[in-house]
Design a protein around this ligand. Structure first.
Ligand code: SF4
Ligand code: FES
Length: 368
């Protein structure tokens, strides 16, 4: 809670090294999740970076200080050269994490990835009830395929995380979801509430839980952490719209991480292209270090100097960086505004109104 004014001027942003790189290998995906985090405008297959360019990007990333690469999408297995791409990341000295829907990763492909040294797998699971899971994914048989793949990952002794996105349709099943992750042999489960950017905005009213549901879920997570301490790590992300303070989105804009899109644009976060007027540079044209240090998009919201009041005078300014720029833009039209999730924001009433609005319509599935 902000209590005291802190009139210190915001310091100029120190340039940190990025620690993580999200490699969006493709936007192609067999699933149609209503909360898809890919941008509204998808990169075409013909525009995707080739293997050699990804290998160069990984070498440049390692030289810049990046430790981990998250191989993501869309569905990364849609790339025929996935094993070569992963091996190139390993050769560059990076820790490799495959983030997959589970659909499209064959036994043969997984074996080849494991042989080539894949360090970690994250599988998204939509629900603990197969019918509901397939309905949310918009893909019949997805649940069974994910469970089968999880068993194969564990048999190969590759550490597994279950990624679970929660919303109104599954938030009452936190206990069952954690039990499912344990049964799968996951060492970690990530329970994250839907983030309302991009495609998820189209389904916000259909996905939004009630405040009571959120409070119950938060309580259940605490109890489950205690019960399963030492057996599984439970990471939970509280839903923005029901929080008092915003999250330090991506650890601060241009501070610790970067995303490379399938066609090579380098973004400070996955939703950055939803903010109009930003200029994104591409790995096709420039080395990653130059992009990290000098690209207009990365420098647009680095640090905290651009933040207005109440952030400038707030003791949490250097902890949450005023929240999420993409959310600030989506809800106020100004990417420099205090994230309206913050109860101190003059726009906080917008979040309160949206959080109270629910409608049981059919999902608008993501296709393409
Ligand atoms: Fe303070 Fe701004 Fe963070 Fe709200 S968003 S807690 S006002 S720094
Ligand atoms: Fe872009 Fe939060 S998603 S800054």
């Amino acid at each position: 809670m902000q209590t005291q004014a802190d009139p210190r001027p915001a310091p100029a942003a120190a340039l940190h090294s990025p620690l993580g790189l999200l490699a969006e290998l493709t936007h192609r995906c067999p699933l149609g999740c209503p909360y898809c985090s890919n941008p509204l405008e998808l990169d075409r297959r013909t525009d995707e970076l080739d293997t050699a360019t990804w290998a160069r990007v990984f070498r440049e990333a390692a030289a810049l200080g990046v430790l981990q690469v998250h191989l993501s999408g869309g569905e990364p297995a849609a790339r025929r050269d996935l094993v070569d791409i992963m091996a190139a990341a390993r050769d560059a000295g990076l820790y490799t994490n495959l983030i997959t829907s589970g659909v499209g990763v064959t036994t043969k492909l997984l074996g080849a990835l494991a042989d080539a040294g894949l360090d970690h797998v994250q599988i998204s699971i939509q629900d603990s009830e197969p019918k509901s899971a397939d309905h949310i994914a918009g893909y019949d048989g997805a649940y069974a395929r994910k469970r089968a793949l999880a068993a194969e990952v564990v048999a190969l002794k590759v550490p597994l995380t279950a990624n679970i996105v929660i919303h109104r349709a599954n938030i009452e099943r936190v206990d069952e979801l954690v039990a499912m992750a344990l049964e799968m042999g996951a060492t970690r489960v990530e329970i994250a509430h839907v983030q309302y950017y991009g495609w998820a905005l189209k389904n916000r009213a259909a996905l939004m839980p009630t405040r009571e549901q959120v409070e119950r879920a938060v309580g259940r997570v605490e109890a489950l952490r205690e019960r399963h301490h030492g057996r599984i790590v439970i990471d939970a992300v509280v839903p923005d719209y029901h929080a008092r303070f915003p999250k330090p989105c991506v650890g601060g804009w241009g501070r610790r991480s970067l995303n490379v899109t399938p066609s090579g644009r380098v973004l400070p976060c996955h939703a950055a292209e939803s903010i109009p007027g930003l200029e994104f540079w591409s790995v096709r044209d420039r080395p990653l270090r130059e992009i990290w240090e000098s690209s207009p998009a990365f420098n647009a919201f680095r640090g905290t100097a651009f933040l207005p009041e109440p952030c400038q005078g707030c003791a949490r300014r250097d902890l949450d960086f005023g929240g999420c720029r993409c959310q600030a833009f989506a809800l106020t039209g100004d990417a420099k505004a205090t994230d309206p999730v913050c109860h101190l924001s003059p726009h906080h009433h917008v979040v309160e109104e949206l959080a109270a609005f629910r409608e049981d319509g059919p999902y608008v599935y993501r296709r393409g």
